[in-house]
Design a protein around this ligand. Sequence first.
Ligand code: NAP
Ligand code: HSE
Length: 422
Amino acid sequence: MTTIGLAGAGTIGSGLIRLLGTTPATRDWKIKTILVRDLSKVRIGLPALAKMTNRMEDLTDDPEIDVVVELLGGVEEAFQVVSRALKAGKAVVTANKNLLAERGPELFALAARHRVALGFEASVCGGIPVIRLIQEALRADHITSLEGIVNGTTNYLLTRMSEERASYADCLADAQRLGFAEPDPDYDVSGKDAVCKAGILATLAFGGYVDFRKVPTSGIDSLELEDIRQAEAMGYRIKLLASARRSPEGRFDAEVGPVLLPLGHPLASIRMEYNAVLIESDGLVKTLASGKGAGAAPTSISLLSDLLDIAEGRARVPQLDHPFLGKPFDQGARGTAPSRYYLRLSVPDRSGILAQVAGLFACHDISIASVLQPEVPDEAGGSLVPLILTTHTTTRARLDLVLASLASEGWGRSVVLRIQEN
Ligand code: NAP
Ligand code: HSE
């Protein structure tokens, strides 16, 4: 029999309770105590015999509880619960990517020292067993790069904006209602959720701690339907991509941001809340893992698979050579890889502006491939109008110099997307 202390009974906690209730293998398991913030909230579907508490010690210090499942979200309180449970010799299962990306080295060190399992399959890509794939199956290969759609909310938004021309705000509200979005959806749309997941996957794939805070990150919060329309007219689809690569010389590069992908790219056809990760390795060359990446049901499957491993004594206890305890990577400044770019600038609606912008690009030796200034009806026009450009191959570092000059003109925000050719 497994006795669980459940920290959090929100979207994912309730989903796990539902799944446990319908899984024959867990019939004799017991959720003994449930930690929540607000004891006065009316809740339905919770196990009748579970004790509700707002004191974490009721989980971490209870000798009858074997496993603590952390589904609080956030970092500080979650760290307190998880670290205290590990120190008490309890196995832990978590879906919290922010926690692991930020405090993973401390937590895996604690798990190794106290010889207890720390399951985290649910922290990346919802129901896709991508952590098992990297940690178990691909252990026998040498991974050179990862590229993935690892956030379901943003992929759901981008798909619906593209296919239905639905508004960003409506799609985000639906993603929240469907349980895909984080408690604070800014984490999704700003790229923060994706970069935490990228940090976890890259750490596991390359064997040393990757600090997500040093990974250049942008989100989809400044994208407009116009960008989606333009990308499609050029034969691309916009996806929020997380990528990480290690060169044979040991150089490490990672990036998270919206990218224009050619329609034939394997990640371009991943729709709605589905996620996918494309792994390149010496032996298998390309491996694609795809499936539902967000929502209570798929995430609960991953949580339950970790719990079953623990209950059946098959869970791996982290050792001192765990990737999170490996030497941190030297994460240099970005900007040296050659690429083409798409830009939507907001420029003043006056004569000579096109020449001025073109001059700035020429100044930094960036060749412009195409220019479009969609006509804005007089009554809709303000002092700034959109100017859409694509470049020939350049580097991000060089483009940043142009963007800095544009910003110093005080011309409002610009949208910059990398164009990926294959
Ligand atoms: P949620 O709906 O906001 O639920 C959070 C739960 O934790 C609530 O029951 C809340 O209590 C409780 N809680 C939060 N802070 C607490 C504190 N300081 N003390 C005591 N209780 C506290 O969040 P969620 O969407 O279920 O997400 C949970 C975790 O799963 C997050 O780490 C998230 O990133 C991760 N995750 C989500 C998905 C997804 O598809 N949504 C997928 C994978 C992973 P009250 O009920 O009293 O407010
Ligand atoms: N908010 C996250 C997403 C949940 O949309 O991908 C899954 O981690």
